[in-house]
Design a protein around this ligand. Structure first.
Ligand code: NAG
Ligand code: NAG
Length: 193
C-alpha cells in the first residue's frame, strides 16, 4: 500500500464518482416520476450521503488494504529484472480459500459495522434536523433498521464481493465496487418506479 498522502487523489476520485452516481440516480428518478429534478432533489439527504461517504470511502479502502496485507502471501523479493518480467507474464491463479476468508470477514464483521454506522449516522442527522435527537431515539432506530438493511444487502452483494475479492487488487477493487454501486442504485430506482 502506498503512503497515505498519495492516497488522497484516489480517495477524491472514489468520492467524486460516488457523488456523481447519487446525482445521476436522482436525475433518473425524477425522470421516471416525470417531476422536475430541482423539485425532487433532496439537498439535506444529499449532504448526509456525502458526509457519510467522507467517512466510508477512506475506511473501506483502508479495510480492504488491511485485509489484503494480512491475507495475501507476501510478494517474493525481486531478484533480477529478467525474473520480474517473467513473473508478470504468468497469470496468478486465484487463491479461493483466501478469497472466501476475505468475503466472510467482510460480510460479517465489516458489513455489520458499516450498516450500524450508516443507520446511526442518518438517524442522528435526521433527528437533529427534527429536534428529536437523543441517545435512546438513535439506538431505537438502530435496533429497528439494522436487520432489514443487513438482510436485504446480503441478497446481491455476496456475489459482487466474491467477484471483487477474486479478480481485483485493492485499488481497482474499490473502483469496481463504486461502479457496482451505481448499477445497484439505478436498478433499485427502475424496480421501485
Ligand atoms: C450492509 O451490509 C451489507 C451486507 O454485507 C452490505 O452489502 C451493505 O453494503 C451494507 N450497507 C451499507 C450502507 O454499507
Ligand atoms: C465489504 O463490506 C462493505 C460494507 O458492507 C461493502 O460496502 C463492500 O462492498 C464490501 N466488499 C469489499 C470488497 O469491500
Amino acid at each position: 500500500m502506498s503512503s497515505s498522502k498519495s492516497m488522497i487523489p484516489f480517495l477524491a476520485e472514489l468520492l467524486t464518482a460516488t457523488a456523481a452516481s447519487y446525482v445521476l440516480s436522482q436525475v433518473l428518478k425524477s425522470y421516471m416520476n416525470e417531476k422536475p429534478f430541482l423539485e425532487t432533489f433532496d439537498i439535506p439527504a444529499f449532504t448526509d450521503f456525502i458526509l457519510f461517504n467522507l467517512f466510508k470511502v477512506p475506511v473501506s479502502t483502508a479495510w480492504n488494504a488491511v485485509l489484503d496485507d494480512l491475507m495475501d502471501e507476501k510478494k517474493a523479493p525481486k531478484k533480477e529484472k529478467g525474473d520480474d518480467l517473467e513473473a508478470s507474464r504468468v497469470q496468478k491463479p486465484i487463491k479461493w480459500k483466501i478469497v472466501l476468508y476475505k468475503l466472510l470477514l467482510n460480510q460479517t464483521f465489516y458489513s455489520m459495522f458499516i450498516n450500524a454506522s450508516v443507520i446511526a449516522f442518518m438517524s442522528f442527522r435526521r433527528r437533529t434536523r427534527e429536534g428529536t435527537v437523543s441517545f435512546e431515539a438513535v439506538y431505537g432506530d438502530l435496533e429497528r433498521g439494522f436487520w432489514p438493511l443487513y438482510k436485504d444487502a446480503l441478497k446481491l452483494w455476496p456475489f459482487v464481493n466474491l467477484v471483487a475479492f477474486a479478480l481485483f487488487d485493492t485499488l481497482p477493487r474499490m473502483r469496481f465496487l463504486t461502479a457496482a454501486n451505481l448499477f445497484w442504485s439505478v436498478y433499485l430506482i427502475l424496480m421501485v418506479t
